[in-house]
Design a protein around this ligand. Structure first.
Ligand SMILES: Cc1cc2nc3c(=O)[nH]c(=O)nc-3n(C[C@H](O)[C@H](O)[C@H](O)COP(=O)(O)OP(=O)(O)OC[C@H]3O[C@@H](n4cnc5c(N)ncnc54)[C@H](O)[C@@H]3O)c2cc1C
Length: 533
């Protein structure tokens, strides 16, 4: 992290220093419990997958003790892997998973599916629920593209294939999935489908749940294929939608068929500045409503004034000069929007020109292609700073929601204020910045990043702020998660969104597919299945 960034952080957060004072525990010091799986259970699991693919090694268990949520990071940095699974299993096929689930259901062993482990909501914490033992199923060996239909533009992948592997398999055939979440380098196809992830270009390509055609799910009750290759169907309710987003609580996704598109050969970059976040959001709404639908940019990101200020401060001399230019043009606290039009022809430039008319009419000032190019260049690197920031005593967290165009502004202010108030509760100074990154006909996503000095009890600080923000989201009538999914963190708020009967419907489905309740206990559905009457 640059000296400039550190100075900016310590000044903004009013920290005495941002020296590396909170180093993570050495791996040899990490505390981990004794595995409780008995010899018979281990023998049966080994018979299902092969001895070398059932690991009780300390390092494997530590690596699978959590994902990438702030709580996960704080715990592991403090040397706490006490919740690690008893064994980590690396299956190679649907049949092996079927056998593993049969052993676990018969013996009462909790099962957590693990893709890239990038969950930021506690999704891969190997909770035991009402069971004594827990295993994690790491999907990394199921990493192939199984089928490509270039004429119909669909491809079938095994669930453990990571983002770069998906693109590497499609690229020689001239196709892309077009799905690039910020976790693209680590996250897997199964993880995308299980969490309904949204990529950075989802405005153009659609979210993962828009792309899925069918899914093969292994459940304790048997295999289930949901969805079909039919381009359209009226064959009853869309069962696929129940499986997509099921977060490993109903079964293990072993493969899925998704829509693919030709690799774009042309890209046009643009950025526009607006007098405020509210003005920028209104401009984007007009772009969505007044423009031709084909003109919409694939990437559409609007930063609020705080995020724009950080970009100008940390982006080097060119972006700093841009900030000064906008100030002279009367935008004292500008909100910067980045756009990227992708396509197979030079038509992207014409789409950009037509969009420019709307953005100018909405009060925007064009600021050229460089900010969007710079964002694309560094778009996967930002999150890697999280660990360094924690080492330096800086707490950083993100959360997200979405709101209709009508309630976007009020939701933005309510959540922002709730976070700032909570950060300040113990006398600290917090900083919140936000952006829109996915737009829909009826509204947009809101993504918040907040920073503060780590308090003496970082876990309590995190729980407090997250709860305050979540309550503000619920009170605003917005969704508890736009793309991070439910996991453990959002499970207490799911009832407010889908109602008590909605939760019962989910429990009913779980009871059918997973009667013993072994699949990912404590995630998605708030109460453990066994506690239900
Ligand atoms: C730095 C960073 C950036 C991120 N950026 C984005 C972003 O831009 N957009 C976005 O949507 N999300 C983002 N996320 C969140 C996360 O990456 C996504 O939720 C992603 O889809 C998870 O994929 P994964 O393979 O890592 O799943 P995991 O973290 O391994 O698992 C997530 C959940 O899915 C379940 N699961 C995983 N594989 C399977 C399977 N085969 N069958 C059944 N259940 C399964 C797990 O049990 C768990 O409940 C980000 C996370 C990080 C750390």
């Amino acid at each position: 992290m640059s000296a400039n960034a550190l100075t900016y952080l310590s000044a903004t957060l009013k920290l005495a220093s941002v020296k590396p004072v909170h180093p993570p525990a050495d791996i040899t010091e990490v505390r981990i419990g004794e595995p409780v799986l008995n010899a018979e259970a281990l023998a049966e699991l080994r018979a299902a997958c092969g001895t070398e693919y059932v690991s009780t090694e300390r390092l494997d268990r530590i690596e699978h003790s959590g994902g990438k949520s702030t709580e996960d990071l704080l715990r592991i940095r403090a040397g706490d892997a006490l919740g690690a699974p008893d064994a980590v299993i690396f299956p190679a096929s649907s049949e092996e998973i079927r056998e593993v689930l049969a052993v676990c259901a018969a013996r009462g062993i909790a099962v957590t599916a693990f893709g890239g482990g990038t969950s930021v909501v506690g999704g891969v914490s190997p909770l035991r629920g009402t069971f004594d033992a827990a295993i994690t199923l790491d999907m990394r060996r199921m990493n192939k593209m199984l089928h490509l239909d270039p004429r119909s533009r669909t491809a079938t992948f095994e669930a453990g294939l990571r983002g770069p592997g998906i693109e590497a398999a499609l690229e020689p055939h001239g196709f892309t999935l077009g799905h690039f979440p910020q976790s693209h380098q680590e996250a897997t196809l199964g993880g995308y489908v299980a969490t309904r992830s949204a990529g950075q270009a989802s405005t153009g390509y659609g979210r993962s749940d828009d792309l899925v055609k069918s899914v093969h799910l292994e459940t304790p009750a048997g295999p289930l294929v949901a969805g079909s290759t039919a381009p359209g169907t009226a064959a009853g309710p869309k069962l696929l939608d129940v499986i997509v987003g099921s977060e490993g609580a109903f079964g293990v996704i072993t493969s899925a068929t998704l829509k693919i598109v030709p690799v774009p050969t042309h890209k046009s970059y643009g950025s526009w500045s607006f007098a405020s976040f509210t003005a920028g959001a209104e401009a984007i709404r007009r772009l969505r409503h007044e423009g031709l639908s084909g003109d919409l940019p694939h990437v559409c990101r609007l930063s609020d004034s705080d995020e724009t200020a950080s970009t100008f401060k940390l982006g080097g001399p060119k972006t700093a000069a841009l900030g000064k230019y906008l100030s002279v043009r009367g935008q004292a606290t500008p909100a910067l929007a980045l756009f990227l039009w992708e396509g197979a022809t030079k038509e992207t430039a014409a789409r950009k020109r037509r969009s420019a008319r709307i953005l100018r009419a909405a009060g925007g000032i064009p600021t050229g292609p460089i900010p969007a190019r710079a964002w694309e260049h560094g778009r996967f690197s930002g999150p890697y700073l999280r660990d360094e920031l924690l080492t330096r005593g800086v707490y950083v967290e993100t959360l997200e929601t979405s709101a209709t165009w009508t309630s976007l502004d009020s939701t933005y202010h309510a959540v922002r204020e709730a976070i700032l108030k909570s950060l300040a509760e113990h006398g600290g100074t917090g900083y919140v910045q936000s952006h829109i990154s996915h737009i829909y006909p009826d509204g947009a996503s809101l993504y918040f990043t907040y920073l503060a000095g780590v308090e003496s009890d970082g876990l309590a600080q995190h729980a407090r702020v997250k709860q305050a923000a979540s309550k503000a989201i619920v009170a605003a009538g917005s969704t508890i998660t736009h793309h991070h999914s439910v996991g453990t963190d959002h499970a207490p708020y799911l009832g407010a969104e889908i109602g008590a009967l909605g939760l019962d419907v989910l429990r009913g489905i779980k009871n059918t597919l997973d009667p013993a309740g072994i699949m990912n206990p404590g995630k998605l559905i708030p109460a453990a299945i066994k506690e239900q009457p």
